[in-house]
Design a protein around this ligand. Structure first.
Ligand code: TRP
Length: 474
């Protein structure tokens, strides 16, 4: 189904399930695979999981529906869609600024996300090489000493040039899909990669259930420790819910704009949120049996994936094959996310300037590559270059971590906050009612959440992000 506006035919998803796969592909990424399991384990297990699910349902899902409906109504890139809805509601076109901020954030996230994508490529290569050394049946990385393995990640971070090349490679793979358009490129990636991702995730999880410390994992992840659920942890959970659903950067508006009119957005958003949350939970059940069986632990962060896991695969039967499958799976998840991130500025530039798609996508890719290379070198040669060092909040951060912090602490919460205010308070009720696929009590409840709960929660995240000392998080 190709959505049509006026006489011009616009590219779009070929079916509802194509949209679901693409949006789930955007949502499922490094956030689900690395951050969620580590946070759950460290912050009260089942208590955190329950609270996180509440955040997804009560705060994330309402904003997801708000974003997709803005896009679907506008049938244009994010900025134009918001401008259109504002104009039709008698509000200022300045509201388009929400989406402009989103376009900028998506571009900034793209720049550092692809650097991590490059690391994933380097680990895929590591395990491919290891097949020749360790063989298939034994553990992984048998030719390496413990010291070597501990050093893998720090050594990679020292190699600015290698990381730059891998970053460029990951960007090149991303742009190869984005340049081919929505139904011809982005959708194709999602339709092939997401099912493959799910199979790999289930396969490795089942392997872990037999070979790893599964029972221990259940106790580790799902023990209910409500005492660890502090204000700081709760806000981290809300932030994680937003990052995981890819909200606040106009991404879901952009993807929503390719949805045809007959799709029920409320049901579809619920499906997307359900799939994303399931993957986060299963990721915990996939990773920790392997990590705990090796007697390792992690305080979270990227080290869990790039330091602890390779180590854990060493002592597992078929460790090399599983390790390879694992990093290929992570690569698929990261790729469908980076595609969504690149599509946001690409769609914006196509709409705004009337450029053709392929050269636009290439230009965005080139710009992201410049920031990506600076990010890669920010771990080594450029480690003392702090572009935002004059702002106390970002003091001491290199290019990579500044891109992450500015978007996570400021731009994403501001973007999502403004979206909920716009949809809850500014946009015309009737426009929204026609678009959201809800009726009766559910509709009232959604309006309440978007008007009250979401803005309050997002304001809290924003304040604590800017003044961490309020919750003693410094
Ligand atoms: N949601 C993805 C993850 O969990 C990351 C991501 C993709 C994202 N697109 C986004 C985050 C847009 C914010 C906005 O890793």
């Amino acid at each position: 189904m190709v959505a049509t506006t006026g006489s011009a035919t616009r590219d779009g998803w070929s079916s509802r399930s194509a949209f679901i796969l693409a949006a789930v592909g955007a949502a499922v990424g490094l956030g689900n695979l690395v951050r969620f399991p580590a946070e759950a384990a460290n912050n009260g297990g089942g208590a955190f999981v329950l609270f996180y699910i509440a955040c997804i349902v009560l705060i994330g899902l309402p904003v997801l529906l708000a974003e997709t409906l803005i896009g679907r109504h506008g049938q244009a890139s994010a900025v134009e869609s918001v401008e259109k809805m504002a104009a039709e509601s008698g509000a200022s076109k300045m509201w388009g600024g929400i989406a402009s901020l989103g376009v900028l954030s998506a571009f900034m996230i793209l720049a550092f996300y692809c650097v991590i994508g490059g690391w994933v490529l380097s680990y895929i290569w590591l395990f491919v090489e290891d097949l020749f050394v360790s063989g298939v049946t034994g553990g992984a990385l048998t030719g390496m000493t413990e010291e070597n393995i501990k050093n893998l990640f720090p050594a990679l971070l020292e190699q600015g040039f290698t990381m730059s090349v891998l970053d460029l490679l990951f960007i090149a793979i991303t742009v190869a899909f984005v340049a081919r358009g929505v139904s011809g490129g982005i959708e194709k990636a999602s339709v092939w990669l997401m099912p493959a991702f799910f199979l790999l995730l289930l396969g490795i999880t089942i392997y872990g259930a037999f070979e790893g410390a599964f029972a221990e994992t259940i106790a580790y992840l799902f023990v209910f420790d409500f005492s660890k659920l502090t204000g700081e942890v709760m806000l981290a959970a809300v932030g994680q819910a937003f990052f995981s659903l890819s909200l606040g950067v106009a991404g879901m508006m952009t993807y929503g704009s390719y949805v045809s009119r007959d799709v029920n957005l409320a049901k579809t958003s619920a499906t997307i949120a359900f799939a994303d949350t399931s993957v986060a939970l299963i990721a915990g059940l996939c990773i920790f049996p392997i990590v705990l069986a090796a007697g390792l632990s992690s305080d979270g962060g990227l080290g869990l994936m790039f330091d602890v896991l390779p180590h854990a695969f060493q002592s597992m039967p078929f460790g090399t094959v599983i390790g390879l499958a694992f990093f290929i799976m992570v690569g698929f998840a990261a790729l469908t996310s980076s595609i969504s991130l690149m599509e946001v500025p690409t769609a914006w530039a196509i709409d705004r300037f009337g450029f053709a798609r392929a050269p636009t996508a290439l230009a965005i890719a080139a710009l992201a590559a410049v920031l990506g290379v600076l990010s890669a070198y920010s771990f080594n040669s450029l480690s003392s270059f702090h572009p935002l060092g004059f702002i106390p909040l970002f003091e001491g951060e290199g290019v990579f971590s500044a891109l992450d912090s500015v978007t996570a602490k400021l731009f994403m919460p501001i973007g999502a906050l403004l979206v909920s205010i716009f949809v809850g308070w500014v946009a015309s009720r009737q426009l929204i009612d026609n678009e959201n696929g809800l009726s009766g009590g559910m509709h009232q409840f959604w309006v309440f959440l978007v008007r009250w709960l979401c803005p309050v929660a997002l304001t809290a995240i924003l304040i604590v992000g800017i003044f961490p000392s309020i919750v003693g998080a410094e």
